[in-house]
Design a protein around this ligand. Structure first.
Ligand SMILES: NC(=O)c1ccc[n+]([C@@H]2O[C@H](COP(=O)([O-])OP(=O)(O)OC[C@H]3O[C@@H](n4cnc5c(N)ncnc54)[C@H](OP(=O)(O)O)[C@@H]3O)[C@@H](O)[C@H]2O)c1
Length: 325
C-alpha cells in the first residue's frame, strides 16, 4: 500500500480510501451490503494496508457507522483513520437532526461517535453547505469539537468554490480550525471541479479525497452492461449525474480500450487516471465485493502514460454541475 500525507495535516492515509456507503443495511438501498458481507470487505481492506475509512451518519441511517465501528473494534484503533460526516436530516420529525447549526453538529457528532463506539473520529466532515447557518457558527462548533477531543481534524464536502474560499478565510480570520479536506465529486466523467475547486485546494494545501471515483460503476463496465448489477439497476443517483452525457459514452469506450491494452480492468484504468491527478490525495472507492477492492488496490501499480491520460480526457465536454446545489 502507498500512503500519503493528507493535505496540510501530518496524518498519513492510504492512497485508496474505503467508502462505507455500500455497508450497513439493504433496507436502506437494495445494493447496500449487510453486516457480514461488509465485514469481509473491511477486514480484507485492512489486510491490504488500507487505513482510511469514510462513512457518514446518513449512510443506512446510522448502520454504516455501526458496522464500521463493530469491525474496527477488533483492531488497534491507533492504526485506523476514521472519517464521518454530518448534515443531512436524520429524523424526519426533528429539523434539528440535520443542518450545521451548533445544536445539530453537537448532537449528530455525539450520535456518530456513539454508533462508531469511538471517543474520537480522525476527520469530521460537513456533508453539504448549510444555507441556513452562518459559516462562522458552524466553524466555531467544529473548532469546539476538536477542543473537546471528539474530532482530530475537520473537513468538508461538495460545495461551490466561492463558499469554500469563504469558509477558509473565516477560519483564518477567527483563528478557528480550518477545513483540511475537500471530499468532492471527481472522476473521468465529471471534471467540473478542475475549473475552480481543485486549483483552490492545491493553492491552500487542502487534501482532496474524491467521491464516486468510478462514476458509481459506469467507469467499470461497458456502456451496454451498466444495468448488469443490482446497483446499476437500482442506484437512481447514477442516472441523476451527467455521466451519460457530453463525451461520457466515448470516454467509457476509451477506458475499455485502454483496459484491454494494459491487460487490466476498466475500474483500474479509471482509478489509475485519478491517482495520476496531482491534486488528488486518495479516491474514496465504493465496493460491493472483495475482488473489486483488490482491483482498486492494484490500480496503484499502473503507470498510465501522459498520452493515454490525454486520450482518456479528450472526449470530455462540460456538463451541468452535479453533486451540490
Ligand atoms: N460526500 C458525498 O457527497 C459522497 C457522495 C457519494 C459517495 N461518497 C463516498 O464515496 C464512496 C464511494 O462512492 P461510490 O460507491 O458512489 O463510488 P464508486 O467507487 O464510483 O462506485 C462504486 C461502484 O463501482 C463498481 N465497482 C467498484 N469497483 C469495481 C471493480 N473493480 N470492478 C467493477 N466494478 C466496480 C461497483 O458497482 P456494483 O456494485 O454495481 O458492482 C461499486 O458499487 C462512498 O462509499 C462514500 O464514502 C460521498
Amino acid at each position: 500500500m502507498e500512503y500519503t500525507t493528507l493535505g496540510s495535516t501530518g496524518m498519513e492515509v492510504s492512497r485508496i480510501a474505503l467508502g462505507c456507503m455500500s455497508f450497513g443495511s439493504s433496507d436502506w438501498r437494495e445494493w447496500v451490503l449487510d453486516e457480514d458481507e461488509s465485514r469481509e470487505i473491511i477486514e480484507r481492506a485492512i489486510d491490504l494496508g488500507i487505513n482510511f475509512f469514510d462513512t457518514a451518519n446518513m449512510y443506512s441511517l446510522g448502520d454504516s457507522e455501526r458496522v464500521l465501528g463493530n469491525v474496527l473494534a477488533d483492531y488497534d484503533r491507533d492504526e485506523q483513520v476514521v472519517a464521518t460526516k454530518g448534515f443531512f436530516q436524520m429524523d424526519d420529525d426533528n429539523p434539528n437532526s440535520g443542518g450545521l447549526s451548533r445544536k445539530a453538529i453537537e448532537q449528530e457528532l455525539a450520535n456518530s461517535l456513539d454508533r462508531l463506539g469511538m471517543e474520537t473520529v480522525d476527520l469530521y466532515q460537513t456533508h453539504r453547505w448549510d444555507y441556513d447557518t452562518p459559516i462562522e457558527e458552524t466553524l466555531r462548533a467544529l473548532d469546539d469539537a476538536v477542543r473537546r477531543g471528539q474530532a482530530r481534524y475537520v473537513g468538508t464536502s461538495s460545495m461551490w468554490a466561492h463558499q469554500f474560499a469563504d469558509a477558509l478565510a473565516t477560519s483564518e480570520r477567527e483563528n478557528l480550525e480550518r477545513f483540511q479536506t475537500m471530499q468532492n465529486h471527481y472522476n473521468l466523467l465529471y471534471r467540473e471541479e478542475e475549473r475552480e475547486m481543485l486549483p483552490l485546494c492545491e493553492r491552500e494545501g487542502v487534501g482532496v479525497i474524491p467521491w464516486s471515483p468510478l462514476a458509481r460503476g459506469y467507469l467499470t463496465r461497458p456502456h451496454e452492461a451498466f444495468d448488469a448489477t443490482t446497483r446499476g439497476e437500482t442506484d437512481e443517483h447514477a442516472r441523476n449525474h451527467p455521466y451519460f452525457e457530453g463525451g461520457g459514452r466515448e470516454i467509457n469506450e476509451r477506458v475499455e480500450e485502454l483496459a484491454a491494452d494494459y491487460g487490466v480492468t476498466m475500474a483500474q484504468i479509471s482509478l489509475a487516471w485519478l491517482l495520476h491527478q496531482d491534486a488528488v490525495d486518495a479516491p474514496i472507492v465504493g465496493t460491493t465485493s472483495v475482488e473489486h477492492l483488490e482491483d482498486a488496490v492494484e490500480a496503484l501499480e499502473i503507470d498510465l502514460s501522459e498520452s493515454d491520460q490525454a486520450y482518456l480526457e479528450e472526449p470530455y465536454e462540460p456538463v451541468l454541475v452535479s453533486g451540490h446545489e
